[in-house]
Write a protein that binds this ligand. Structure first.
Ligand SMILES: NC(=O)c1ccc[n+]([C@@H]2O[C@H](COP(=O)([O-])OP(=O)(O)OC[C@H]3O[C@@H](n4cnc5c(N)ncnc54)[C@H](OP(=O)(O)O)[C@@H]3O)[C@@H](O)[C@H]2O)c1
Length: 250
């Protein structure tokens, strides 16, 4: 099968490309560097020729509210139009658990991306994942106030990028579901406990506190604002195994 991975050089994209190639598929790792740009439209028509499946794993270079909305709307429109023109049979996109019940600028942009997919009439599967374990350092940095890391009192269930890529590859090789599936890590715990565990494992002396006034990317969150409410497929890699692998790779 010819599969185009948009954002094929990114964290999830590069892992997904490797798994699909091992599975014997013809895979294009598409990104601006390889001449495929979903914002300018460059290379889209050419790369879609003979493509059965497109996996959208692109991400906005800026996470500022307006920039991220502009990115996912423009990218989604141009990509889906090229897929319609080429007769692509399955569009797979990676989205985020709870984007439609938890408010922040990035989540609003992902809602816009999902709406374009559903309206496009291309057979699709949207995979909503919880936050990646690889994102823990970024969360700690963005929540730091000097030596204190302030986090809201909510549950967290992060998933390893290796698990995400394995599930994305499996979904892409299967029939479209025309719906959403949710995936999450195998361990659910209070947000502050997971970040404290991460900082402790790194030997980072910053103190983590649970603060009801703390925001998540500028938005208010409640106990279950970031975790799946219904059935979710769970990854296999827990925190300890993920940390061991990430240190071995470093
Ligand atoms: N972070 C999380 O916890 C989380 C959770 C659930 C879902 N997600 C979603 O997962 C997806 C993948 O995230 P990631 O962390 O793997 O992303 P990433 O590592 O930041 O990679 C982004 C990819 O997008 C490509 N890209 C950027 N602008 C592009 C453009 N104009 N045209 C084509 N490709 C472009 C980049 O190419 P270059 O390398 O050439 O710049 C890169 O390959 C995102 O849609 C994100 O919303 C994230």
């Amino acid at each position: 099968m010819k599969i185009v991975v948009i954002g094929g050089t990114g964290l999830i994209g590069s892992k997904t490309v490797a798994i699909l190639r091992q599975g014997g598929h013809e895979v294009v790792a598409a990104s601006p560097q390889s001449g495929v740009n979903t914002i300018t439209g460059e290379g889209l028509k050419e790369v879609m020729a003979g493509t059965q499946v497109v996996i959208d794993l692109a991400n906005s270079p800026s996470f500022e509210d307006e920039a991220v909305m502009e990115f996912f709307e423009t990218s989604g429109r141009k990509l889906l139009a090229a897929e319609v023109a080429a007769g692509v049979g399955h569009h797979v996109a990676l989205s985020i658990v709870a984007i439609d019940r938890t408010d922040n600028g990035y989540f609003r942009a992902k809602v816009a991306q999902e709406r374009l997919i559903v309206a496009s009439l291309i057979p699709y599967t949207i995979i909503r994942a919880t936050q990646f374990l690889e994102f823990l350092g970024g969360i700690a940095a963005s929540s730091a106030d000097g030596n204190i890391v302030r986090l809201p009192p909510c549950l967290f269930q992060p998933i390893a990028a290796d698990d995400v890529a394995a599930i994305v590859a499996e979904v892409a090789a299967a029939a479209p579901r025309n719906g959403i599936i949710e995936i999450a890590g195998p361990e659910r715990a209070p947000f502050n406990e997971i970040i404290a565990r991460y900082l402790k494992a790194l030997g980072d002396p910053r103190e983590v506190v649970c603060d009801p006034e703390a925001r998540y990317w500028g938005g208010r969150v409640e106990e279950r604002s970031l975790v799946p409410l219904g059935e979710a497929r769970l990854g296999r890699i827990g925190f300890d195994e993920w940390f061991r692998r990430s240190q071995a790779r470093a």
